[in-house]
Design a binder for this molecule. Structure first.
Ligand SMILES: *Cc1c(COP(=O)(O)O)cnc(C)c1O
Length: 448
């Protein structure tokens, strides 16, 4: 599960403890934070209720799911639900076409295949993303070229893309991390200047917008994930958006063993090589139902996140991730901020996170630097890579593979998860309250 992969610190909202403390838990705003003992040192928790659980299930989900179950048309080759989902998702996003896929990783994988990115090619990627963004590049035997992060926004630093472009660059994959939006004006300008296609990794950014346009509709393709932790969830699932019909023909064929898009399923002719990366009818029907809530949920998340941002901006040592001017909507898959221990009596980040989760506020320290993962160099030692790339090329890669800003970001970051933003301001007040309480008691926590 995604949350586990990111080492999500879960709140121990054990029923009994919560009841026992229920009367003594409310810590009012302001001065009292200084006097309340941190939960980590045995004091009362700021929050004892768990945050909303995710994914959400309502009656329409159950009904739709049971229909597919009883009809027995479980595979998309047997039903209409895959096509229905694709139509609805393309419409919601403002794209011409959509292909439903097994997951977000395969949406990216199909896109790279459709664009013909392969051995010997270089693909520009951020180091601050989920590993799938990089894995799809390696699956094509191409080289991931990392561009440093902008610590202020936690996005790829688009100003640094151009210096990484070579004659082998065949694709740029900006990621809209956490539902925040990468600097698309800068990315698209550089891409157009060098005639390099862009694949938007919008796996965390359903309904986010750049200058009023939905993310995932500005690149050659836009890729989405509906994995269970994402803001729109079908357990697993993914989608490719594009306005380029020929490219989508190739992506579609690749996702269903090379069979062409407009032929029925019961033929055994193949136009190209491919895999099987289809979405099931269960996922498609569930997503159509979950989509009816997405706009309202996104609105709630944004309102709450904006309110929390105001509160946290007043706390020294907490720097909420900024948005570029062009970001007209942040989808807040993650609420990201940077933590400065110097303003917390030297309390290290790990201990800050532990104290916060003890107060009833779950959080994560986020990603570690992907460009430094040992599995990359191990992949380059495989026979395939050794045949494709000269020792000199790989040495050059290693020599230039530095992202110092991202290294710092990975040490400073703290994340809250999207489902914490689905209720109301009281929850936001408690988050801010818990941080103020930790700050007021930071010296004691640092000693403990
Ligand atoms: C979740 C995610 C993916 C992969 O999606 P899956 O559906 O898990 O395969 C790719 N990129 C980013 C940024 C993601 O968050």
């Amino acid at each position: 599960m995604e949350m586990k992969r990111r080492d999500f610190i879960q709140t121990a909202a054990a029923g009994t403890a919560a009841f026992a403390l229920a009367g003594a838990t409310f810590v009012p705003k302001g001065a009292s934070a200084a006097t309340a003992k941190p939960a980590l040192l045995g004091g009362p928790k700021v929050r004892t209720e768990p945050f909303p659980s995710w994914p959400m299930i309502e009656e329409n989900d159950e009904k739709a799911w049971m229909e597919v179950l009883r009809e027995r048309g479980w595979c998309r080759t047997q039903g209409e639900r895959g096509a229905q989902f694709e139509k609805a998702y393309a419409e919601m996003m403002g794209a011409k076409e959509c292909i439903a896929t097994a997951n977000g990783t395969s949406a990216l994988f199909c896109s790279l295949n459709g664009l013909g990115v392969g051995p010997g090619d270089e693909v520009i990627v951020p180091p601050y993303t989920f590993v799938a963004t990089i894995n799809v590049v390696l699956l094509q035997h191409a080289l991931p070229i990392f561009v440093d992060s902008d610590r202020e926004t936690s996005q790829i630093d688009a100003k640094k893309i151009e210096e990484k472009i070579t004659e082998n660059t065949r694709c740029i994959i900006p990621v809209h991390l956490g539902g925040n939006v990468a600097d698309m004006d800068a990315v698209l300008t550089i891409a157009a200047k060098h005639n390099i296609p862009v694949i938007e990794d919008a796996c965390q950014a359903h309904l986010a917008e750049w200058k009023g346009k939905k993310v995932g509709t500005m690149g050659k393709t836009g890729c989405f994930s509906f994995q269970v932790t994402k803001n729109l969830s079908g357990g697993e699932g993914g989608a490719i958006l594009s306005d380029d019909s020929d490219l989508m023909d190739r992506c579609y064929a690749f996702h269903t063993n090379g069979r062409a898009r407009r032929q029925g399923s019961y033929h055994f002719t193949y136009g190209q090589q491919g895999s099987n990366l289809r979405m099931t009818e269960f996922q498609s029907t569930l997503l159509v139902q979950q989509m009816t809530r997405l706009e309202a949920q996104t609105k709630t998340r944004t309102e709450n996140a904006n309110y929390l941002t105001q509160q946290l901006n007043e706390i020294p040592g907490i720097r909420v991730a900024k948005m570029y001017d062009g970001c007209t909507r942040n989808a807040y898959h993650l609420f990201m901020f940077r933590y400065d221990p110097e303003r917390f009596a030297g309390l290290p980040r790990n201990k800050f996170m532990k104290a916060l989760s003890e107060e009833g506020i779950p959080c994560s320290g986020g990603y570690s630097p992907l460009n430094k993962e040992p599995f990359l160099e191990n992949t380059f030692k495989t026979r395939g890579y050794q045949r494709i790339y000269s020792a000199e090329q790989l040495k050059k890669w290693a020599g230039e593979n530095e992202c110092p800003e991202n290294d710092k970001l990975c040490e400073e970051a703290v994340w809250f998860f999207q489902s914490m933003f689905l209720t109301g301001r009281t929850d936001m007040d408690q988050i801010a309250e818990a941080i103020r309480k930790i700050q007021a008691n930071a010296a004691d926590l640092a000693k403990a």
